[in-house]
Design a protein around this ligand. Structure first.
Ligand SMILES: [Zn+2]
Length: 286
């Protein structure tokens, strides 16, 4: 059993950085104040092995909204097949592709062995609670895998004119509350601390047993205090480690998590829940 599960790992490959998110790459590097070198997945697999972390790799298809070629589910699946101890994969389907998206979602899980779905309502430019997309959620719920949705402001487009067309309203967590209410069997993970709507997100994970949040994309040092307090307390079963690699490395996230949780007096059990147990439950590894 690995020491931790990183719920949020992007591929630092050319297929993601130079193709699927190409125009967003440089502004995102500025936002995260880190240059992000292109790497081969072999190197990433070695890093995750050394750190004893199981990483959840995320595919990417925002083709309708961005016109950019996707990082395909097949590519993610082939990496998982090469490094089955180090990675599992979440599919991405472009919700605007309608029936094709539903068919692809089913293929990604049943034929490719991917274990969840990843959405970015900001980049994919859709409101998660629009009933137009409900047949897709119906399928994901039927497949019995979780759906991860980006929430809160985005490093992609940050600091650019018009935020490069990305509308933050799409990323509000409250829209996921509708989906969670209408699909009680669907496990939903809000990705990132959902800033500036983090209290909205905390209300949802407190109210809906089928909703969780990952803490990726922010060093734990900068998490709003209310998130740290809830993670130590009543919502310790609802929060998950995620790095948002390659923008934040798991080494940095884990080191900052150690410092923050030591200062805030987290019990060892609570830390294990956030680093491993909660995700293992969602991914049915236990
Ligand atoms: Zn991300």
């Amino acid at each position: 059993m690995p020491k931790a599960i990183d719920m949020h790992v992007h591929l630092p490959t050319s297929s993601w950085l130079d193709v699927a998110i190409q125009p967003y790459r440089v502004p995102a590097e500025k936002f995260f104040r880190a240059t992000v070198p292109t790497r081969e997945m072999e190197e990433v697999a070695r890093l995750y092995e050394e750190l004893d972390i199981l990483g959840v790799l995320l595919a990417w298809d925002a083709e309708t909204a961005t016109g950019l070629a996707p990082l395909t589910n097949d590519e993610v699946a082939s990496i998982v097949r090469r490094y089955p101890k180090q990675f599992i994969g979440f599919a991405s389907v472009d919700p605007w592709k309608g029936k094709k998206a539903i068919i692809e979602m089913e293929r990604a899980v049943k034929a490719l062995g991917l274990k969840g779905a990843k959405f970015h309502p900001g980049i994919q430019a859709f409101y998660p609670h629009d009933v137009h997309f409900y047949p897709l959620y119906e399928k994901i719920s039927e497949l019995g895998v979780p759906a991860l949705f980006h929430t809160g402001t985005s490093g992609l487009g940050a600091g650019m004119p018009g935020g490069m067309g990305i509308k933050l309203d799409h990323t509000r967590p409250i829209w996921l509350d509708h989906v969670a209410a209408d699909f009680p069997k669907l496990t939903i993970i809000g990705a990132h601390p959902a800033w500036p709507w983090h209290e909205e997100m905390l209300a949802i994970i407190q109210h809906k047993s089928n909703v969780f949040m990952d803490l990726s994309g922010w060093s734990p040092k900068y998490l709003p205090k209310v998130i740290v307090d809830e993670a130590r307390g009543r919502l310790s079963d609802k929060m998950l480690f995620g790095s948002d690699y390659p923008f934040i490395t798991p080494q940095r996230w884990l080191a900052d998590f150690e410092a923050v949780t030591a200062a805030a007096g987290f019990s060892p059990e609570t830390k294990v829940k956030i680093l491993y147990d909660n995700a293992a439950g969602i991914l049915r590894l236990v």
